[in-house]
Design a protein around this ligand. Structure first.
Ligand code: PLP
Length: 405
C-alpha cells in the first residue's frame, strides 16, 4: 500500500512526531523521476530537479542518488546542492534579477550559468569572454495560460530575454566572442497539450541555428500534476514521445547530438507530500461550519496565494458520514485551506491530511504570528525518519540583537 492511502501509518506518524508535520514518500519521488526518464526514451533526457519546490538535503540526496541534476535559483540553493553531493557541473543556476556578484560566485563554484537579461549577458561577456560557457534563457511568449502569478511566458513577464531581442543578444555575443552552450525556456505554465508545447520548442530550435556551440537545450518545466480528481494533467508519455521524436530530428538538422534537459519541481515532489494537521475547534457560525486546525497559511500558503486546491481527508474517521466544512487555519488573517469541503464527520482532535503538499509547502513557510515551522518526516524504505526538527521559540529570536533600554 502506498503511504498516501495508509491512514494508520499516517496517524502513527502524527502521533510520534506531532502536528503539524510534513510527510514525504520517498518511493513516490523516485517513481515520478523514473517515469519522466522513461517517457523520453530512447533519448537520455537530463533531469535537473528544481529544488525551490522542496529543498530538504535528504530529498536532494535521494534525487542525486537516482542520477538527477539540480536547478537552483539562488546562490544558497547552489550551495545546498553542492553540500548534498551534486557535482557542480550537474547544477544549473537560473536566477532572475540577481546582481552580477551572485553570478560570479556561482561561476567560482563551477556550475552551469543561465542568463536571463541582456545587461548581465554584457557583464558576463566583458568579464569572462569565451572562457566560461553560459546558457541563455529565452522567453518565447507562448503558453501564457494558467495562474498569472505563476505564468512566466506572457509579454509582460520579467523572466528571460524576449525572443524578439535575438538580434541584440547575438550582437553582444559576437562582440565578446562568448561561448553559448545552452538555450533555455521555462514558461511556468501548465503543459496540457504536446502540440502547443512543440510550437514553443520550434521557436527555440529556430533560434538555435544562430548558436553554433550548443551542447544542450533546456525546456524548463510545466508538467502538471492532478490536484483534484479528474483534473487534466500533462500526459507525460505522449509528450515524451512527441518531443523526443522531434528532438532527434532537430539534432540532425543542427548537425550534432544535443542533450535535452528538463527542470521539474512539482512533478517530482508534489504528490509525494502530505501535510498532517490536528483539529483544534469546530465552530458553527450562522452559515458555515468551520474546522479550525493547528496550522495556517504560515505553513501552507498556496491556497491563499495561488487559489490552489488541496484534497483534505479526515484520516481519523475515514468511514464517517460526510458533512460540509470550511477548513481554516489559526492565523489572525483570513487563511482558508478549503471552502465547503465534504469531509467525514470531524471531531476535536481529528487528524486532517492535505494532499499534494510536497511542492512549495515547507519552502514557502514563514514564522508569521510567531509560529514555528513544522517538522518534516521522510518515509523511506518502510520507515518514518525525522528529517527536520520542528522549530522552537529560540529559533524565533536567534538572530535578534537586544539593545540597552
Ligand atoms: C520554479 C522553476 C521550475 C519548476 O517549476 P515546477 O512548476 O515546480 O515544475 C523550473 N525551472 C525554473 C527556472 C523555475 O524557476
Amino acid at each position: 500500500m502506498s503511504l498516501t492511502s495508509d491512514y494508520s501509518m499516517l496517524l502513527k506518524i502524527a502521533d510520534e512526531f506531532g502536528t503539524p508535520v510534513y510527510v514525504y514518500d520517498a518511493d513516490k519521488i523516485v517513481s515520478q523521476y523514473k517515469r519522466l526518464k522513461h517517457a523520453f526514451e530512447p533519448l537520455k533526457v537530463k533531469i535537473k530537479y528544481a529544488c525551490k519546490a522542496l529543498n530538504n538535503s535528504n530529498i536532494l540526496k535521494l534525487l542525486k542518488n537516482e542520477g538527477s541534476g539540480l536547478d537552483a535559483v539562488s546562490i544558497n540553493e547552489v550551495r545546498l546542492g553542492i553540500k548534498a553531493g551534486f557535482a557542480p557541473s550537474e547544477i544549473i543556476f537560473t536566477p532572475n534579477c540577481v546582481g552580477f556578484d551572485e553570478i560570479k560566485m556561482a561561476v567560482e563554484l563551477g556550475v552551469q550559468i543561465n542568463i536571463d537579461n541582456i545587461s548581465i549577458l554584457e557583464q558576463f561577456g566583458n568579464e569572462y569572454g569565451n572562457k566560461v560557457p553560459c546558457c541563455i534563457r529565452l522567453n518565447p511568449h507562448i503558453l501564457a495560460g494558467g495562474n498569472k502569478k505563476i505564468s512566466t511566458g506572457h509579454i509582460d513577464s520579467k523572466f528571460g530575454i524576449s525572443i524578439y531581442q535575438l538580434r541584440h543578444v547575438l550582437r553582444v555575443i559576437e562582440t565578446y566572442k562568448m561561448n553559448i552552450n545552452g538555450l533555455h525556456m521555462h514558461t511556468g505554465s501548465d503543459i496540457l497539450d504536446a502540440g502547443v508545447f512543440i510550437q514553443g520548442a520550434e521557436l527555440l530550435f529556430d533560434a538555435a541555428k544562430d548558436f553554433p556551440d550548443l551542447t544542450f537545450i533546456d525546456f524548463g518545466s510545466g508538467f502538471k500534476v492532478a490536484y483534484k480528481e479528474n483534473d487534466i494533467t500533462t500526459d507525460i508519455e505522449e509528450l515524451g514521445k512527441a518531443i523526443s521524436q522531434r528532438f532527434i530530428e532537430f539534432s540532425k538538422e543542427y548537425g550534432r547530438d544535443l542533450e535535452l534537459w528538463f527542470e521539474p519541481g512539482k512533478f517530482l515532489v508534489s504528490e509525494s507530500g502530505l501535510f498532517l494537521v490536528k483539529t483544534n475547534v469546530i465552530k458553527q457560525t450562522t452559515a458555515t461550519v468551520f474546522v479550525g486546525v493547528d496550522s495556517g497559511m504560515n505553513h501552507l500558503i498556496r491556497p491563499m496565494l495561488y487559489d490552489s486546491y488541496h484534497d483534505i481527508i479526515n484520516i481519523s474517521n475515514p468511514e464517517g458520514k460526510q458533512r460540509i466544512y470550511t477548513v481554516v487555519g489559526y492565523i489572525c488573517e483570513t487563511d482558508t485551506f478549503g471552502w465547503d469541503r465534504k469531509l467525514s464527520e470531524v471531531h476535536d482532535g481529528d487528524i486532517l491530511c492535505f494532499k499534494n503538499a510536497g511542492a512549495y509547502g515547507i519552502t514557502m513557510s514563514s514564522n508569521y504570528n510567531a509560529r514555528v515551522r513544522p517538522a518534516e518526516v521522510l518515509f523511506y524504505k518502510g520507515k518514518a525518519h525525522l528529517i527536520r526538527k520542528r522549530e522552537t521559540l529560540d529559533d524565533l529570536t536567534r538572530n535578534e540583537v537586544l539593545i540597552e533600554m
